[in-house]
Design a protein around this ligand. Structure first.
Ligand code: AHG
Ligand code: MN
Ligand code: MN
Length: 333
């Protein structure tokens, strides 16, 4: 069987006019950084990468060593290629400018360098999430305001999941495509063309320890799922919660499901738990490209007009019919 690598896939996308040479380079560089992060993640205790970094990020969260390492790898890998105007990271307070000695390009890159940090030390899958926007500012140094574009403006989005195998899942607006890292060859091999999310599902993901903080529409929906075959939804559901959004979304892109980190009383003051620019928007683009839906419960995620770089939002995404059901419960309430 002919093996198609990520490089080959991207060149074919470029030939078909779907991506520019600069966007191809950008994605290749992100993939290279992901390989380096994968090496660090998989060495674990042998490389001394587990545990706390001893610092807090701008959002007041304690950083793990791997949060810092993954962030450094992504920043350094993407600085010199000439394809970026600037970067923004969950782990960095404000816009990361390209150093003066390197040429600048037309794209903005945003990332959650290490998603699922609480799973690092227990050897459970973690990931990296990224989003690509065009720089509307032209020649000047991009400001935070230049990043505040709705998710519908994304030109590419993807994630890497560092699980039993390392996989890269990508969209450039033409479906969702999955690649598996061949560690011996050092290349990503095209293994999952056009990933799709079935419209119906019997699997849900939510952190049920927050049940007492949920809003009524989410309580109603979870109660109805738990009522099973004899309840109003007429079917039995199964539950999964990895606590790495990347791993939960990867399962949904593989076999369907609904993922919720909804608004609740605990996170209301912050606007939600998950980050709009680094988590919600890129995952929403992937999920919609795979035939699913992504909403806050009240609005389509990719329609939101961001107000700040580290903004948080409620997230409900996955199998279309189930997401639409939850949205209808919110609208009724
Ligand atoms: P991060 O590690 O980048 O801070 O993100 C963690 C996120 C997300 O990956 C996951 O779905 C959620 O936080 C888990 O939250 P709980 O620990 O509240 O379940
Ligand atoms: Mn995250
Ligand atoms: Mn993170």
């Amino acid at each position: 069987m002919r093996r198609v690598t990520l490089t080959q896939f991207l060149i074919e996308q470029q030939r078909a006019g779907r991506i520019s040479p600069d966007l191809r380079l950008l994605i290749e560089v992100v993939a290279r950084a992901v390989k380096a992060i994968s090496v660090n993640v998989s060495k674990g205790a042998l490389a001394g990468v587990l545990g706390e970094a001893g610092t807090d990020n701008v959002q007041g969260e304690a950083q793990k060593k791997l949060d810092v390492i993954a962030n450094e790898i992504l920043l350094q890998a993407n600085e010199w290629g000439g394809h970026l105007a600037a970067m923004a990271s969950e782990e960095v307070e404000t816009v990361h400018q390209i150093p003066f000695d390197y040429p600048k390009g037309g794209f903005l890159l945003l990332f959650d360098p290490l998603d699922g940090s609480s799973n690092i030390d227990v050897n459970i899958s973690v990931g990296t999430i990224f989003s690509v926007l065009r720089n509307p500012a032209g020649g000047s140094e991009p400001t935070e305001a230049n990043f505040l574009q709705p998710g519908s403006e994304q030109v590419a989005a993807g994630y890497a999941v560092y699980g039993p195998s390392t996989q890269l899942v990508l969209t450039v607006g033409n479906g969702v495509h999955g690649f598996t890292l061949d560690r011996e060859m050092g290349s990503f091999v095209y293994t999952q063309p056009f990933m799709t999310i079935p419209v119906d599902t019997q699997e849900f993901a939510i952190n049920a320890s927050n049940a007492r903080f949920w809003e009524q529409p989410v309580k109603r929906y979870v109660d109805e799922m738990q009522a099973g075959k004899g309840g109003p939804l007429g079917k039995d559901y199964n539950m999964r919660w990895v606590a790495s959004m990347v791993a939960d979304v990867h399962r949904i892109l593989t076999r369907g499901g609904i993922f919720m980190y909804p608004m609740d009383e605990k996170c209301r003051a912050k606007g939600g738990k998950l980050r709009l620019m680094y988590e919600a928007n890129p995952m929403a683009m992937l999920v919609e490209q795979a035939g699913g839906a992504a909403s806050t419960g009240r609005e389509r995620i990719m329609d939101l007009k961001p107000t700040e770089l580290h903004q948080r939002v409620p997230v409900i995404l996955g199998s279309k019919n189930e997401v639409e059901r939850v949205v209808s419960y919110h609208l009724e309430a």
